[in-house]
Design a protein around this ligand. Structure first.
Ligand code: NAD
Length: 338
């Protein structure tokens, strides 16, 4: 095998099913003709237990030196008195302002709808996830920050993405009828930016309507651009519509760095059993390859995934099969036509 280029990839195995699905993904990547150097770094509950810090400085430094980062899900205990999500912290520290989440129907998956092909582009650094929460006696509050700068760059990212990917429409999802200042600014800025892209259709929709339409007629959506919390919730809804969280990949992209991870979490209920579906994280790795310029190999990995799922012999429990994580991966490598 002739190796092409050497990429340095920071790898966060994460918690729960993270190490299992990351191992499966590294196995797939090692079976391509690309030369990778994988550097494993800690983050999440495991890092908190080991170092008293869920996001050690060394982890951030190594991600900054790498060409990209592949991240397993990390576990964040709910409620006050514990640590802040390292996922959210990484997005803010590295200014990964665009969270790109494609949702596509795949042949052979029993799902609510077919022919779905939409991408949610979520503003990833502000909104209600800035971590500005306060307690005054028995009252708690969270500050929702929406800035012109962040709204402009996410809108431009969404329209550029639509143009580059040959997509026809961007839907701005907001709640500007109630959140008049914050969503009002986001909506107005997105509409302003849309004027720079006359070839892409632009529409707007209130988030509650979007949530309903996504269940009834998800095929009407192409690219969605929205704020942080709305994007987070709509993403899990979209995953449910195409057949589950095991199928939903994502990319966190900034101007200097990028982190690729599944939409799902650490799935503690199935961790350690070797039964997690690795599709979402392998599709995320395929997005990483495209980001690195390895477009053909990225596409071939996705085609191999589709072939294994359509065949139905080596699919995991969440998709109605009984294959283990590594059975799926071995079948994928057999189909990988490099
Ligand atoms: P989850 O996504 O971990 O699991 C929800 C359900 O989906 C579970 O029943 C799980 O078994 C199933 N599931 C998820 N991924 C699967 C896969 N690959 N294959 C098969 N089934 C799968 O959500 P949760 O249980 O609400 O959260 C668990 C933890 O994950 C929490 O601590 C949360 O903070 C964290 N989390 C992390 C990230 C991240 O690191 N990006 C994202 C979401 C949640």
């Amino acid at each position: 095998m002739t190796f092409l280029v050497k990429y340095k990839i920071a790898v966060i195995p994460g918690d729960g099913i993270g190490p299992e699905i990351i191992e499966a993904t590294l196995y797939v990547l090692s079976n391509t003709n690309i030369d990778f150097e994988f550097i494993k770094v800690d983050a999440g509950l495991n890092a908190w237990k080991k170092y008293g810090n869920p996001l050690p400085k060394e982890t951030v430094d190594i991600i900054k030196e790498a060409n990209a980062c592949l991240k397993g899900p990390t576990q964040t205990p709910p409620g006050p008195g514990t640590f802040r999500s390292p996922t959210v912290a990484l997005r803010q520290i590295l200014d990964l302002y665009a969270n790109v989440r494609p949702f596509k129907s795949r042949k052979g998956v029993a799902s609510l709808h077919n022919n779905v092909d939409m991408v949610i582009i979520r503003e990833n650094t502000e909104g209600l996830y800035t971590g500005l929460e306060y307690v005054i006696g028995n009252t708690t509050m969270a500050i929702r920050i929406i800035s012109r700068r962040a709204s402009e760059r996410i809108a431009r990212f969404a329209f550029n993405f639509a143009k580059k990917e040959g997509r026809r429409k961007v839907t701005i999802v907001h709640k500007a009828n109630v959140l008049k200042e914050t969503c009002g600014l986001f909506r107005n800025v997105c509409i302003e930016i849309a004027k720079e892209y006359p070839d892409i259709l632009c529409e707007e929709m209130l988030v509650d309507t979007a949530a309903m339409k996504m269940v009834m007629t998800p095929q009407i959506f192409d690219v969605i651009v929205t704020t942080n919390l709305f994007g987070d919730i709509l993403s899990d809804e979209a995953a449910g519509i195409i057949g589950g969280l095991g199928l939903a990949p994502s990319a966190n992209i900034g101007d200097k760095y990028a982190i690729f991870e599944a939409v799902h979490g650490s799935a503690p209920d199935i961790a350690g059993k070797g039964i997690a579906n690795p599709t979402a994280i392998i599709l995320s790795a395929s997005m990483m390859l495209k980001y690195l310029g390895e477009i053909e190999i990225g596409k071939k990995i996705e085609e191999a995934i589709d072939a294994v799922i359509a065949e139905g012999k080596n699919i995991t429990m969440d998709l109605g099969g009984n294959a283990k994580t590594m059975d799926f991966v071995k079948a994928l490598i057999e189909k990988l036509n490099l």
